[in-house]
Design a protein around this ligand. Structure first.
Ligand SMILES: NC(=O)c1ccc[n+]([C@@H]2O[C@H](COP(=O)([O-])OP(=O)(O)OC[C@H]3O[C@@H](n4cnc5c(N)ncnc54)[C@H](OP(=O)(O)O)[C@@H]3O)[C@@H](O)[C@H]2O)c1
Length: 153
């Protein structure tokens, strides 16, 4: 994401110090990125906050932070509802920052895939190969079996 953000007019990026290796690598490669002393310091320097931790730790991570009403929180965290995220990033006794999912798509999976593939490119080639090998059918079958097991226990 930092790489993708670093266009010809790169925004300043404030990094969590949590994973030293990743943070140091990014700060070394991108002059617009710098490592903060804490997650709270990241919030204190910016209005746009990207949350990209694993779902099982997001509640604890957010609980330690104090958000401002002008923060815009973008979440990449899978499976955590936007309303939940908004509630958990509320200031005590105050209003919530704006919470946004990374991206919402109302079309079909096929439409979504088509929008992210260059016609004739390698992604399209790979999807065609998977389809020809019958992979989507096997995947659907396996996932249906897992869902059935999870919903009948
Ligand atoms: N990978 C994808 O393509 C993708 C796509 C869509 C959505 N997502 C979602 O994005 C989230 C991250 O996925 P990922 O694949 O990038 O997982 P990941 O490789 O495990 O990265 C999670 C990062 O969060 C860091 N972290 C843990 N606790 C933290 C804390 N208290 N403060 C700051 N950072 C902390 C971890 O640092 P440590 O290594 O030090 O623990 C790690 O660098 C997940 O919720 C996932 O569902 C991922």
């Amino acid at each position: 994401m930092v790489e993708g953000l670093t266009t010809s007019t790169p925004p300043q990026v404030f990094l969590s110090p949590r994973n030293h290796g990743i943070a140091r690598d990014l700060a070394g490669r991108f002059p617009n990125a710098r490592i903060c002393g804490s997650n709270q310091e990241v919030l204190d320097h910016t209005t746009a906050v990207l949350i990209a931790v694993r779902p099982q730790v997001v509640r604890d991570v957010l609980a330690e932070l104090t958000f401002r009403p002008d923060h815009v929180v973008v979440s990449a965290v899978a499976g955590v509802a936007l309303a939940d995220l908004r509630d958990r990033s509320r200031r005590p006794g105050g209003s919530s920052p704006q919470a946004k999912p990374l991206r919402r798509h109302d079309g079909t999976l096929d439409q979504l895939a088509a929008e992210h593939m260059t016609p004739g490119g390698v992604n399209e080639q790979y999807r065609t190969a998977l389809r020809e090998a019958g992979v989507p059918g096997h995947l659907a079958h396996g996932l249906d079996a897992v869902l059935a097991r999870l919903t009948t226990q």
